[in-house]
Design a protein. Structure first.
Length: 94
């Protein structure tokens, strides 16, 4: 993955984590959000998917744990979010 697409991916993921934390701080968890987050994490860890490795981002050994946790977050956000993420990455590459 080229440098610009890597930066865009990391920025979008940082935004997702920030929005989730802000929502929890402001409104607390709803039951459906908690279930989605737990299920997304369970799927990501169960399958062993590492979002950062899939994007070609390499680093320290502990980074694979971060990549798996981020994959769980993306999975928990649903298909609409994944589609939006793919669109943003495609625009960054163009």
């Amino acid at each position: 993955m080229d440098s610009l697409a890597t930066v865009v991916l990391l920025a979008v993921l940082c935004e997702a984590v920030t929005e989730l934390a802000k929502g929890i701080y402001d409104d607390g968890f709803t039951f459906s959000q908690g279930v989605a987050l737990l299920f997304g994490q369970a799927v990501a860890w169960g399958v062993g998917v590492d979002l950062l490795a899939l994007a070609g981002i390499e680093g320290a050994a502990w980074l694979s744990y971060v990549g798996t946790a981020l994959a769980g977050l993306v999975i928990s956000r649903g298909a609409g979010y994944v589609h939006s993420l793919a669109d943003r990455l495609a625009k960054a590459r163009a």
